[in-house]
Design a binder for this molecule. Structure first.
Ligand code: ZN
Length: 355
């Protein structure tokens, strides 16, 4: 792991190895190739910070309620596993849809079927799109996956892999963070429309690097974000809106999280990295560290790759060294309300500063 001091990162030293947020950590070739430079559908245009005369005081972040966010997290985990296509997923969809509709958002179900290499039949998938201020054409996308992995395959004993895995920090914490943010985003002073997008099928994987006899997982990750990105690109010329930036929340809410700069985010959306980590520094959000990479891997394959592929500069806010990753011990007690609030502060201050 390359380490840099201070805020400005000089050189890009991306490691050749690729890990994944929700991926086997085994050093096997990645089934999803590292992305090419963003193929912009509208031409890349990054949000900019307002420039004005003199230093302005930072705007205040949203008044995020950490206890209520934890309550949402527990509600999600109390459902049990929320694997794509399962009853648990259906219950979760109903809970989330009602929650955001009650708060005044429009909720759209983007439904599709996906075929997984190891499964006989295709599975029904649904991305949930929660829209605030729908008339605004310039938009920002805040996202998380909301499916749980069918196998807790970082457990040492394979007999434990099929035990109920609630995936608290992995997926659910991002959803809970957005559920709490839903109370505040409507009144936030931002020039942008905001969509929360919850991706299905991020890790609907059974044939993983750990489980496959070949040591190479053959199942695909990121079914939901790939579908979402493809539909967005296809709708060019029809849709009025345009996403100018995206922030992905994954594994970012544990107590003591270290949110270092993920390699692909740096490679593909560097100005956005500088905005987000710069904002974090300005507001004293200490979990955001201006250092590159993690012990497991500098680069993390995650849902942000699909978005960057279609011209939406997107960063992954992640702690890829989370010790309970893909283990049964990834339970709600590992997640911290104040940590979720810190992430919220950074993002909501940033939302008010971009132009
Ligand atoms: Zn995962």
């Amino acid at each position: 792991m390359s380490r840099v001091s201070g805020w400005l990162l000089g050189a890009v030293l991306l490691s050749a190895s690729a890990g994944a947020a929700c991926w086997s950590a085994s050093p096997t070739p990645a089934p999803v190739a590292p992305p090419p430079a963003a193929v912009a559908d509208d031409g890349p245009r990054m949000t900019e910070f307002a420039t004005g005369a003199g230093a302005q005081a930072e705007p205040a972040g949203a008044k995020f309620d950490p206890d209520r966010a934890l309550k949402y997290l527990k509600q999600l985990c109390d459902i049990g596993p929320r694997v794509s296509g399962s009853d648990g997923m259906k219950k979760q969809q109903e809970l989330i849809e009602k929650h955001f509709k009650d708060l005044g958002a429009a909720v759209t179900r983007q439904e599709f079927k996906a075929r997984q290499w190891s499964r006989k039949d295709p599975v029904a998938m649904t991305n949930l799109v929660v829209t605030w201020h729908p008339a605004k054409e310039r938009r920002v996308l805040l996202c998380s996956h909301y499916d749980t992995r069918p196998l807790a395959d970082e457990e040492r004993d394979p007999r434990s892999w099929t035990k109920p895995f609630v995936s608290a920090n992995d997926g659910a914490s991002g959803v809970a963070l957005l559920m709490e943010l839903g109370h505040h985003v409507k009144d936030l002073k931002t020039e942008f429309g905001v969509d929360f997008v919850l991706f299905d099928g991020e890790e609907y994987v059974f044939d993983t690097g750990n489980s496959s006899p070949t040591g190479v997982g053959r199942d695909r990750y990121f079914l939901g974000s790939d579908h979402f990105a493809d539909e967005y690109a296809k709708a060019k010329g029809v849709r009025k809106h345009r996403y100018e930036a995206g922030v992905l929340f994954d594994l970012c809410a544990a107590a003591g999280a270290r949110l270092a700069i993920e390699g692909y985010s740096w490679q593909l959306a560097r100005p956005l990295v500088e905005q987000i980590w710069g904002t974090a520094k300005a507001v004293g959000a200490k979990s955001f560290v201006a250092e590159k990479g993690f012990k497991r891997s500098d680069d993390v394959q995650d849902d942000h790759l699909a978005l960057n592929r279609v011209g939406i500069p997107t960063v992954d806010v992640i702690d890829f060294d989370y010790p309970h990753w893909h283990k049964l011990s990834d339970t709600p007690d590992k997640v911290s309300g104040p940590q979720m609030a810190e992430v919220s502060t950074v993002v909501t201050v940033w939302l008010q500063k971009i132009r």
